[in-house]
Design a protein around this ligand. Structure first.
Ligand code: MLT
Length: 198
């Protein structure tokens, strides 16, 4: 997959940055730098194009996801991360998945469905894509999730189901909720940073 790697100290985390619809591998670089200045940054570009806008998996319309493509693209992301970890010499256990919207959705889906050494995620405005077949993880996973009470794209019911799915997986969950819409706020970013660096 198209990507960009910015190497920092080998002992620090590697933030894997997953953009929202229409973004690219550079979109979340400043956000990653803000969250953890010492972390290496790996920005990845989604391989699906929706009328020229990059995404990580196909959809038929707003909120109508192509789950066959989701499964395929999640495998693709997993093998890409495996390959890039050897290429850039980091360990998957160092990875923190950081995603916004569409990127948060695939990152979250990866943590909920795959058994990998990757065990941390920061997901801005994400939703649950597949409810079935979520099982207890063998890893001690931790996620930070944000939810906007005015978000027209993420229904409260879906966000509650997302939290329930992580609970079923045995994941330690931290939630930031506010009267916001689908965009990321400064306050929200500051909370994510506190969580990551605590
Ligand atoms: C988006 O526009 O990115 C959606 O709300 C989330 C998604 O499509 O995965």
């Amino acid at each position: 997959m198209e990507h960009l790697f910015i190497k920092k100290a080998a002992t620090e985390p590697v933030l894997v940055l997953l953009h929202g619809t229409g973004g690219d591998e550079r979109d979340l670089l400043a956000l990653g730098e803000f969250l953890m200045p010492n972390a290496s940054l790996l920005g990845i570009r989604g391989e699906v194009s929706e009328q020229g806008m990059n995404r990580f998996f196909r959809r038929f319309g707003e909120g109508q996801f192509d789950l066959v493509d989701l499964a395929k693209q999640t495998e693709n992301l997993v093998s890409t991360l495996d390959k890039l970890a050897s290429q850039y010499d980091f360990d998957l256990a160092q990875v923190v998945l950081v995603g916004y919207s569409n990127g948060a959705n695939i990152g979250g889906h990866l943590l909920l469905t795959q058994e990998l050494p990757i065990n941390r995620g920061i997901f801005f405005h994400s939703m649950l894509l597949v409810e079935k077949s979520i099982q207890q993880s063998q890893q001690a996973q931790k996620v930070w999730l944000s939810y906007g009470r005015q978000d027209p794209l993420v229904a409260e019911k879906n966000f509650n189901a997302l939290k329930a799915a992580y609970a079923k997986r045995g994941t330690e969950i931290s939630v930031y909720e506010a009267e916001m819409s689908h965009g990321i706020t400064q306050e929200e970013l500051a909370e994510a940073k506190r969580w990551l660096t605590r």
